[in-house]
Design a protein around this ligand. Structure first.
Ligand code: COA
Length: 331
């Protein structure tokens, strides 16, 4: 949105949920050939949460959604659209949003999923902004949810140590003050789709005994390549969003980068000339929860009083696709 325009959307309630089970680096040392030292220095992760066998992504989403509605002082009847961002849907169809709708027990409001992997929540905010400012919807429940543990190959040390499960949600409506989204930037490059993907189980490689034997329904990643692109693209996206808001890096109070790897987070801050103390980090607690990391960070910061009214926040993410996006937000 052009900062000169006076209409914007804002978050009026938020919440997150993580499963109870904690998987530490020490636990992983017993499962694959790795060490706490390697995981900590290469990724910044100390522990992550793992969904229970009976918990699907919509179950995590539902908990986060209820907390966000409570936080907004609203009920399910106050929302007119559910958007779920996820790379680990309960089912290919119906959408995870429909499972959440069932769980919430809403009227027949529309419900849809957005597939943008780790950039999902930012893509969701951008789509919601258009829907609300065009008058199509008044109040949107935007949820990010992942149960990545369900598509992780627990024998592959290169991926098993990185990911975690969780969900976070936000209630969005048109802002009645100065706070809210000031600008956004979003891009994708499908030429790099094969660098990070879940190869099997879709229409390209339908499930069969052979596909399962080859572990194709598990997440596959060329970590080094992701790493390089993530640093470049997150820096680019954040810089573009800051400029589109008519601001400079000196105006930024908080950079909230997707929590994929502490080295990616630190490098992104450096590229943007934003000092470490203004760069939010919680990757040690949850690992990479894909699109869930940015809304979880926002809620944690709000809950702990880190965010002050008027703060300029830059949210930035990068993920499979590749997709990348950034948002400048006045709190
Ligand atoms: N424990 C111990 N050693 C491990 C290991 C583990 N869990 N995983 C990989 N290694 C080994 C490798 O086998 C390799 O050994 P070799 O040199 O004998 O071949 C060595 O460590 C270095 O591997 P490399 O992949 O070069 O490490 P890296 O510094 O690039 O770090 C990642 C690997 C995955 C942590 C890093 O590339 C990364 O974070 N990439 C981005 C991933 C990401 O964020 N994905 C989600 C998208 S948002």
């Amino acid at each position: 949105m052009n900062p000169k325009q006076d209409r914007r959307i804002k978050i009026v309630g938020s919440g997150y949920y993580v499963p109870d089970k904690v998987l530490t680096n020490a636990d992983l040392e017993k499962m694959v050939d790795t060490s706490d030292e390697w995981i900590t220095t290469r990724s910044g992760i100390k522990e992550r949460r793992i969904a229970a066998p009976e918990q699907a992504s919509s179950d995590l989403a539902l908990e986060a959604a209820k907390r966000a509605l409570d936080d907004a002082g609203m009920t399910k009847d106050d929302i007119d659209l559910i958007i779920v961002c996820t790379a680990t849907p309960d089912t290919a169809f119906p959408s995870t949003a429909c499972w959440v709708q069932k769980g919430l027990g809403t009227d027949h409001i529309p419900a849809l999923d957005i597939g943008a992997a780790c950039s999902g929540f930012l893509y969701g905010l951008i789509v919601s902004e258009s829907l609300i400012l065009s008058g199509t919807n008044k109040r949107i429940l935007l949820i990010a949810t992942e149960s990545l543990s369900k598509i992780t190959d627990w024998e592959d040390r290169t991926t098993a140590v990185l990911f975690g499960d969780g969900a976070a949600a936000a209630v969005l409506e048109e802002s009645d003050d100065d706070s809210g989204i000031l600008s956004h930037y979003w891009k994708a490059d499908g030429n790099l789709a094969e660098v990070l993907l879940q190869p099997g189980g879709g229409s390209r490689m339908p499930c069969s005994y052979a596909v399962v034997d080859e572990k194709m329904p598990f997440l596959r990643m060329r970590g080094n390549e992701v790493f390089k692109h993530a640093i470049k693209r997150m820096g680019e996206a954040a810089a573009e969003a800051i400029a589109k808001a008519g601001l400079t890096h000196e105006d930024v109070d908080w950079l909230i980068p997707h929590q994929a790897n502490i080295r990616i987070i630190t490098a992104t801050g450096k590229r943007l000339h934003i000092p470490d103390e203004k760069v939010f980090v919680n990757i040690h607690k949850y690992g990479n929860t894909s699109c869930v990391t940015t809304p979880t960070a926002l809620h944690e910061m709000k809950e702990t009083g880190m965010l002050k009214q008027g703060d300029i926040i830059v949210l930035v993410a990068f993920g499979a696709g590749f997709t990348w996006a950034a948002i400048t937000y006045r709190w």
